[in-house]
Design a protein around this ligand. Structure first.
Ligand code: ADP
Ligand code: MG
Length: 676
């Protein structure tokens, strides 16, 4: 049977079940085989009844000794009990509210039961709601059984038995990882691995099988990304001959560039001269000066006769970029325009016209830039700032606005290079690993709720001394969870408690114009204390703000906390960040400790990944990559390293020598989850 056949060809799968499977993304036999279990249940041990221990989950093989008895207790609850025996003893089985259970058994029938055992002080042995099969024809007893991540309508048993049939009917699978690679990296063969990932002989075999699929997943993904990058690398790009002109711009900045900024600018210049389209990611910690790098590149673009566009994820950030960049460019006679969704129609028309004519040399905006109505004259360079907020699709739309313009992506969630190679496998990477001189690290403290009053008094004192502060809350309104601090309510309370300071409020549900008003009020110093949701996460730059308190800090990801914290400490004054948490879970404690101990975004993102643990795959989706089926980028980093080595050796060999592997990569590239 072919792997690409519909699962409807498997016995027991009709249209209805096929539809349920399809909800899980399973259409073909191959899809099904690659639907891996989330855990396993060890039903391999069959124990004599008298050896079963309290709390143990085991199988017993026993004969019905007394048929089920129904008993109704308070509020109509039904308890069904049945006694079974083996050579060693008697056990009582109990089910709650299961009217039909008694129809399954016959007097003296022999079954295998699997469940959790309890022993009373009197020595009575019980098993609650066991699963069971008839002895002698058992399929899912006496061995290790897969447990699948399921929807309610698709019972475990159905998937288990469908899987078993599929494994049988699929026949011998064709191995696509070359033998010498499997030998060198000690990777199990496909057929062994496939059987043992689902129905392992023992847990050791399972681990060997799992390693194989982790390796395979990472290998295929990297090869696919490599192919995509190869395609990108062949795309012709505009040639910017005049790179030296950049000096004229950088000399006009009020500061000297850091070494890392210079290096990154050089990398960009080299790309833009090469005749190939640039696809470059700049990773730099918050405050490392990515804007200046982008500005230098934009300046070079304009001097070479092309338009440049910069897209930001929020109107606030676009507005701030507009302010600072137009100021920088004005001196050089460069015309910069802002394009956002909330602009008046008349104003927008004028800007659109300038963009189409080319008189607007630099366009800064939100996703409004990628709307259908926007036409550029000769777009040669695009920048996507704070890339983690952009989908791959949006990036593609931005690119489509020109004829293969150079592309610069700036990310403020720095991640370790090994991971960047995976998550951004189709991009070249520059890392700004140096902060401008004279920055004082933000002092960070984690406190519990009972300290709140002191925290706000500390903030108040600083405000009276002329500084400004942020308070960040996780949500706007108390929707599902009432213990979350409501930004609106908190702002009101603070305004009432401290009537002599000006408290502002900003959240995502406000109209853009209202947000702008609050933001400029804060930037000008009219507002002393800004209560906000994460809308302030990206970009905003108010150097006089030196304290940030974050309510319910445990609700945020570490990288997000770091990002938020980056809003303070932008002036010369010592800055403070106070994380207020309620939860005293171990994980929360560790996370808060990490924040207090480090100001290094790269380190923090690595810890974040570690503390999130398995099951949360570091937003691979956000990066336009398929969700990892089995690999965990943190826990499997050893296998990741091995696979990176294998990728290199396969590419050195010439990947075309491995047609089966190439086929798999193509399949991944053509699936909708990974963008071409
Ligand atoms: P981010 O990398 O987070 O986007 P920004 O580009 O907003 O950082 O820069 C943060 C601040 O640092 C800005 O006020 C900017 O003017 C300033 N800055 C950038 N580069 C330098 C430098 N080389 N020396 C001093 N200040 C700098
Ligand atoms: Mg920035």
């Amino acid at each position: 049977m072919g792997l690409e056949k519909s699962i409807q060809f498997i016995k027991g799968v009709g249209e209805k079940r096929a539809a349920l499977f399809e909800k899980k993304g399973i259409k073909t036999v191959e899809d099904l085989l690659y639907f891996f279990p989330r855990s396993h249940e060890d039903r391999s041990k069959i124990k004599p009844i008298d050896r079963c221990e309290d709390g143990e989950t085991v199988c017993i093989a026993a004969t019905v000794y007394q048929l089920p008895l129904d008993r109704y207790v308070r509020r109509g609850m039904l308890i069904t009990t049945m006694s079974v025996m083996d050579e060693s003893g008697i056990m009582q089985l109990v089910w709650y509210n299961n009217k039909y259970i008694k129809n399954n058994f016959t007097d003296n029938g022999r079954y295998i039961f699997f469940g959790k055992v309890s022993r009373s002080k009197q020595g009575r042995i019980q098993m609650v709601a066991p699963v069971f099969e008839k002895y002698g024809s058992e399929r899912f007893m006496g061995r290790i059984i897969p447990i699948y991540p399921l929807t309610a309508k698709l019972p475990q048993k159905v998937v288990q038995s469908t899987m078993e049939l599929a494994l049988g009917e699929a026949g011998t699978l064709e191995e696509y990882i070359p033998e010498h690679i499997r030998e060198e990296y000690k990777i199990a063969e496909l057929n062994f691995a496939m059987r043992n990932i689902h129905f392992p002989r023992d847990f050791e075999s399972y681990n060997i099988a799992r390693e194989r699929f982790v390796f395979e997943e990472l290998l295929v993904l990297q090869l696919a990304l490599n192919e995509r990058r190869g395609k990108n690398a062949d795309t012709p790009g505009y040639v910017f001959n005049d790179a030296k002109c950049i000096r004229g711009f950088t000399d006009s900045l009020p500061f000297d560039l850091t070494g890392a900024q210079k290096r990154t600018i050089n990398e960009i210049c080299r790309d833009c001269k090469s005749g190939k389209q640039m696809n470059r990611l700049v990773q730099g910690d918050v405050g490392s000066g990515k804007t200046a790098v982008a500005a230098a590149a934009i300046y070079m673009t304009v001097r070479n006769g092309y338009q440049a566009a910069m897209m930001a994820p929020t109107e606030i950030l676009a507005g701030q970029h507009m302010e600072s960049l137009s100021q920088m460019f004005e001196k050089h006679g460069i015309h910069t325009v802002l394009l956002t969704g909330s602009m008046r129609a008349k104003e927008k028309r004028r800007v659109l016209e300038e963009i189409a004519l080319g008189t607007a040399q630099v366009v800064i905006g939100t996703h409004a830039i990628i709307q259908g109505t926007v036409e550029f004259n000769n777009l040669g360079f695009v920048v996507a700032d704070e890339q983690h907020r952009f989908g791959v699709e949006q990036r593609a739309k931005l690119m489509a606005k020109g004829n293969n313009p150079h592309m610069l992506i700036m990310s403020a969630t720095p991640i370790p290079r090994t991971l960047a190679l995976i998550l951004y496998g189709d991009l070249d990477i520059s890392i700004i690993d140096e902060l401008p001189p004279g920055r004082k690290p933000v002092r960070t403290y984690a406190v519990t709720e009972d300290m709140r009053k002191r925290v706000y008094n500390f903030i108040y004192k600083n405000i009276k001394a002329g500084m400004q502060a942020y308070v960040v809350c996780p949500l706007v309104a108390e929707t599902e969870n009432s213990d979350l601090k409501n930004a609106e309510e908190l702002a009101e309370r603070l305004a009432a408690s401290y009537p002599d300071i000006n408290v502002g409020l900003m959240h995502g549900k406000m109209k853009a114009a209202a947000k702008d008003e609050v933001m400029s009020g804060f930037a000008s110093g009219d507002i002393n204390l800004l209560v906000a949701t994460t809308v302030i996460e990206v970009g905003v730059n108010v150097p006089n703000a030196n304290i940030m308190a974050i309510e319910n800090a445990e609700r945020f990801g570490l990288s997000q906390l770091h990002q938020l914290r980056g809003r303070v400490g932008r002036g010369g004054d010592q800055a403070h960040c106070i994380l207020i948490t309620e939860s005293d879970s171990e994980v929360t404690k560790k996370r808060m400790e990490t924040m207090c101990a480090s100001n290094d975004g790269f380190y923090i993102s690595e810890q974040d990944l570690k503390l999130r643990g398995p099951g949360d795959f570091f937003g691979t989706r956000q990066h336009g990559l398929p969700e990892m089926k089995i690999a965990n980028l943190f826990e499997d980093r050893d296998i990741l390293r091995l696979s990176q080595k294998a990728v290199k050796s396969l590419l050195d060999d010439g990947i075309e020598n491995y047609p089966l592997l190439v086929k798999r990569c193509r399949a991944l590239l053509s699936s909708e989850v990974i963008m071409n």
